[in-house]
Design a protein. Structure first.
Length: 255
């Protein structure tokens, strides 16, 4: 397939991405959005090798489409990670395996498919960081989610991104598991008053905290730093700079 599509927004490109899968899928195969620009696809009864072949067919078809925006033409590519349910003890484990395979695909060239079964031992041993973003501004929240989902790592470790839009949602969600490492990226309006109760509830030896704040709350954030948080960043900021700061926070906490 070598089609040309007219002016597209990001969401319309994702709609085309799903449409291509819908056109080529067989009975029982499903796709669902997992978060940001990530999707989960299920190939019932397929081996890892068969799933790999199906994803490669999809990836090649989608990559051949020419999109246009104004006078510019461009192609969009994607990477994929494959995990086989018979090799994982539960749903969470298989998603972790697929995440690690996806991370490895991105870190070794992008626009490719990697099966968890065929990953090198060094990649299999990489510990994952869960990044929790609590931000009530939807545009900022989406920008951060898109950036870190695409970047796919913090401090050379694969990253899983989870977002929250209110303080209440963040407090009520059961996200903490003591065997995992976490980076909390919190808007000051959510994080400053929340951290003391979180530190009472959870063991923060495996939790690093970054506060995003405006200048008007700098004094309160500095107080929070003395007690609860590892670092803060003033808005507005470049997401690339934030990524580098989170790398440093994670290095200090987890290495």
């Amino acid at each position: 397939m070598n089609d040309t599509y007219g002016h597209h927004t990001g969401d319309q490109v994702l709609e085309t991405f799903v449409k291509v899968f819908e056109q080529m899928k067989t009975s029982g195969e499903t796709i669902s959005r997992y978060g940001g620009e990530e999707f989960v696809v299920i190939f019932p009864g397929a081996s890892a090798q068969e799933a790999y072949a199906r994803v490669e067919e999809w990836r090649n078809r989608f990559s051949s489409i020419t999109f246009t925006s104004g006078e510019e033409q461009f192609h969009v590519h994607f990477s994929a990670g494959i995990a086989q349910i018979s090799e994982a003890p539960g749903g969470e484990s298989i998603l972790e395996q697929a995440d690690k395979a996806l991370y490895h695909a991105k870190r070794t060239g992008r626009n490719r498919t990697v099966s968890h079964t065929h990953m090198p031992a060094s990649a299999l041993d990489a510990e994952m960081i869960t990044l929790l973003i609590a931000e009530n501004d939807p545009s900022v929240r989406q920008q951060l989610e898109d950036f870190f989902s695409t970047r796919s790592f913090i401090s050379d470790k694969p990253v899983r991104v989870i977002t929250f839009h209110t303080r209440q949602q963040f407090l009520e969600e059961d996200w903490y598991h003591p065997e995992e490492d976490y980076v909390l990226l919190l808007a000051s309006s959510i994080g400053i008053d929340t951290l003391p109760s979180l530190k009472t509830k959870y063991d923060f030896r495996n939790v690093a905290v970054m506060i995003m704040t405006g200048e008007e709350e700098t004094e309160r954030v500095e107080e929070a730093l003395r007690e609860e948080a590892e670092d803060y960043l003033l808005k507005p900021f470049r997401v690339e700079d934030l990524g580098e700061r989170l790398d440093g926070v994670a290095d200090r906490m987890f290495i």
